[in-house]
Design a protein around this ligand. Sequence first.
Ligand code: IMP
Ligand code: MG
Length: 172
Amino acid sequence: MEEVKVLIDEQKLQARVDEIAKQIGEEYKNKEIILICILKGSIFFTVDLARKINEDVRIEFIRVSSYGEGTESTGEIKMKLDLKDSIQGKDVIVVEDIIDTGRTLSYLIEYLKMKKPNSIKLCALLDKPERRVKKVNVDYTGFQIPDKFIVGYGLDWDEKYRNLPYIGYIEN
Ligand code: IMP
Ligand code: MG
């Protein structure tokens, strides 16, 4: 059994989610926000953010997977679950758990722009800048973290550990 170590504890994590929600609320005053949750990893973050934003919020889901095995994405993206409702003319914030190489998001943002939202911003809880291959502009970042394999708060290792209330990493 692998050992999970704590990187960001629950209190620090929730305090940062509060700050991001407050910032979004101020920047989107009196606007309806569409949060696009990228399944499955972003589900906990999206729900907590939505609860803490004091503006009208709608939640949509999208699921993509990258081709290729192992822990690194290849950049070839497969749409597993597409949006069900139109985002045309809407103010959209894409909510992602972690940006690693940036391949998933650079593809997804281009894809979503074709659906003609009024605006599109990106909110990522975690960012591993050392690993970036494709440039992505992140509007809201929770934490910049070192190059470790992360689990918890939605992030998984082979579908395990998503339900941990903190951000952890697997040693070795
Ligand atoms: P990217 O396309 O390389 O930026 O990969 C992004 C996706 O890979 C994320 O949405 C995660 O689903 C997954 N991923 C990247 N790093 C980790 C990690 O440390 N733990 C768990 N999943 C990760
Ligand atoms: Mg993900």
